[in-house]
Design a protein around this ligand. Structure first.
Ligand code: NAD
Length: 292
């Protein structure tokens, strides 16, 4: 069965839209997301504009701070400070990657944890590890929301996560191992130095593929009935497309799908769920969260 991230995300967005309508009627504050983008990278520009557009569609306020690649680190840090102290802004998103002359660590660490809707600040990472309320990075959060949406039982299952980045693989492995639902998995976190990856994958009840290598996970690496979550998004040259490229996932979908009990497509799987995760975080930043 296909796990339709587009559909699941639509239902989360509709729910949030209703909540925003209620806030407006009650004269309460509307969530406001500030997005910071540096440079003209095509993928980054597409991601940010779809995040901003999604905010607008459900009635959130949004602002885009778009800088040229040459922007100084000082100026970027000043902008973050300004957004931190702006009481009208609930969530701050800094689109990564940043140019080499800017320290990503400095920028991330400056974002106020209570506005860190990307969930990258060490305070929020620590809270996630300890199972405390806080912001969880949007992509792994989106994975959890998708599993929840389809009522997929994860308890006691062996989850294999391929990729250990701070934005996807590692937080996904932590969330799946927590004593929550979804969660309670036995987790194996694999990376570029993992030996016998195919054998490990064959033992998995759930595979999260997040390594950024198109078609990497083949049918002979997957056991019958496995739940396969494909996080990968790579632009692959394709002259038959108007844009000149197509989006490819990390899973050899055509051959893996017949073996999987559930599988996410690319596009239309974790991509839209990531945006749903970000919107949920922004709503919570405005209303429910108690992080200082
Ligand atoms: P990354 O490059 O930061 O990390 C890749 C990870 O994969 C590393 O930890 C590396 O050790 C591991 N890896 C690489 N080759 C491997 C191999 N042969 N075997 C095992 N592990 C290997 O990537 P990332 O930022 O985590 O993103 C991963 C993919 O997910 C990319 O395609 C990215 O575009 C996509 N992504 C999608 C979304 C979304 O919204 N759907 C969000 C974020 C990232």
């Amino acid at each position: 069965m296909i796990l339709d991230g587009k559909l699941a995300a639509q239902s989360i967005r509709a729910d949030l839209k209703n909540k925003v309508d209620e806030l407006r009627i009650a004269g309460k504050r509307i969530p406001h997301l500030a997005a910071v983008l540096v440079g003209e990278d095509g993928a980054s520009m597409t991601y940010v504009s779809s995040k901003v557009k999604s905010c607008e569609e459900i009635g959130f306020l949004s602002s885009l701070y778009h800088f040229e690649t040459t922007v100084s680190e000082e100026e970027l840090l000043r902008t973050i400070e300004k957004l931190n102290s702006d009481q009208g802004v609930d969530g701050i998103l800094v689109q990564l990657p940043l140019p080499d002359h800017i320290s990503t660590e400095k920028v991330i660490n400056l974002v106020k944890p209570s506005k860190d809707v990307d969930g990258f600040h060490p305070v929020n990472v620590g809270r996630m590890v300890q199972g405390l309320p806080g912001f969880v990075p949007a992509t792994p959060y989106g994975i959890m929301l998708l599993l929840e949406h389809y009522n997929i039982e994860t308890k006691g299952k062996h989850a294999v996560v391929i990729g250990r980045s701070n934005i996807v693989g590692r937080p996904a492995s932590i969330l799946l191992s927590r004593n929550t639902n979804p969660g309670n998995c036995t987790v194996t976190l694999c990376h570029s130095h993992t030996q016998n990856l195919a054998e490990i994958c064959l033992q998995a009840d759930i595979i999260i593929a997040a390594l950024g290598k198109p078609g990497f996970l083949k049918a002979d690496m997957v056991k019958e009935g496995c739940i396969v979550i494909d996080v990968g998004i790579t632009r692959v040259k394709d002259n038959s497309k108007k844009s000149g490229y197509r989006l490819a996932g990390d899973v050899d979908f055509e051959n893996v799908a017949p073996k999987a009990s559930f599988i996410t497509p690319v596009p239309g799987g974790i991509g839209p769920m990531t945006i749903a995760g970000l919107l949920m975080n922004t709503y919570n930043a405005c209303h429910d969260c108690h992080i200082s």
